[in-house]
Design a protein. Structure first.
Length: 201
């Protein structure tokens, strides 16, 4: 039986996530990880393997919160409002982040290379999760009349995924409320959806 870990794993993942998220995988050094987590290199590698293994665990921890947000929106709002609320939350979170880090998933998608097919698969699979969320909501919203039926739900879901990707990239380099709201508002209007007002409005 292995020795129990003598640290708070969630705290360590959150601390390392902040560094990986801000700097990216390649630019994050082992020294930066040990400084932010308080772990020695030996403890870090014993717990998580190498730097890549640690990054994948941190990424999964980050994605757990994304999946929880999707589940919350689907369970508490109508399907059309779940889509609009998702984009509202993305914009609000992007503008509230003083480091303008964007989305860790999208940042990983930009950084990953052909030399790492496993990480490409992980990122691609998570993109599918988001696309399916959009598709489920679109199908349900077309059935209840929130979204017109003149376009295929699958095509709308892919359009929304592309919108999200562009939004997240823009939020890193031009975190301007008018820009981000103006990007999303007309796209939702074409679906007869309304972008909710910002929380601070």
């Amino acid at each position: 039986m292995g020795r129990p870990r003598e640290f708070d794993e969630q705290r360590v993942l959150a601390a390392a996530g902040d560094v990986f998220w801000a700097r990216g995988y390649e630019a994050t050094s082992t020294r930066a990880l040990t400084e932010c987590t308080g772990l020695t290199p030996a403890s870090l590698y014993n717990a998580f393997g190498d730097k890549r293994g640690f990054y994948l665990r941190v990424l999964d921890y980050y994605l757990e919160t994304l999946r929880e947000r999707i589940a919350r929106l689907e369970s508490t709002r109508s399907p059309g409002r779940a889509i609009a609320g998702f984009f509202r939350e993305v914009i609000d979170r992007s503008l509230a982040d003083p480091q303008h880090r964007g989305c860790m998933l999208m940042n990983t998608a930009i950084e990953v290379t052909n030399d790492d097919p496993e990480m490409r698969r992980i990122v691609g699979d998570e993109m599918v999760v988001i696309e399916r969320f959009f598709c489920r909501c679109t199908v349900a919203a077309q059935q209840n009349g929130e979204i017109p039926k003149d376009q295929q739900a699958e095509d709308i879901a892919r359009m929304l995924l592309g919108l999200l990707t562009g939004l997240r990239v823009l939020a890193r380099v031009r975190p301007d409320a008018k820009l981000l709201n103006g990007l999303v508002r007309p796209a939702l209007a074409m679906l007869h959806l309304t972008l909710p007002r910002a929380m601070r409005d």
